[in-house]
Design a protein around this ligand. Structure first.
Ligand SMILES: [Zn+2]
Length: 135
């Protein structure tokens, strides 16, 4: 892919069209777990026993905590699987969009700002940067 602004902008436009086509999505992963109920007389307390299950579930992080949602049937499983896969598509598209934008930002010339910084401009910008840092 040639790295000039018009072709990069064309790639960006096509990525944005793909964003618009994204379906239902959610972060997380689907999987199966076996559980131990904790009752000492249950078969699951034996060392070779796989435990109760399999239980099919979706797990994801919310505010730093792992959340689990049960997937009680095949439809729920397939739905969650597709939503999670679509989220991975979204992440890949986001990466690609950031990459193409990074290139555009580096190549885009400044708008007619041919004058170098004046002493007054430097002073004012420095003051506003310091104000932002204090917040
Ligand atoms: Zn048990």
């Amino acid at each position: 892919m040639p790295d000039d602004i018009p072709s990069l902008e064309a790639s960006r436009a096509s990525l944005l069209r793909r964003f618009a086509q994204l379906q239902d999505m959610r972060p997380g992963s689907v999987g199966a777990v076996f559980r131990r109920c904790g009752k000492p007389n249950c078969h699951c307390a034996r060392p070779q026993d796989p435990g109760h299950g399999p239980h099919f579930q979706l797990t994801y992080k919310k505010e730093g905590k792992t959340v689990t949602e049960s997937l009680p049937n095949r439809d729920a499983w397939h739905k969650a699987e597709q939503e999670v896969a679509e989220f991975r598509n979204f992440e890949q598209l986001s990466q690609a969009l950031m990459e193409v934008n990074r290139k555009i930002c580096r190549l885009r010339p400044t708008q007619a700002a041919v004058e170098p910084w004046s002493a007054e401009e430097k002073k004012r910008l420095l003051q506003s940067i310091r104000r932002l840092r204090r917040k």
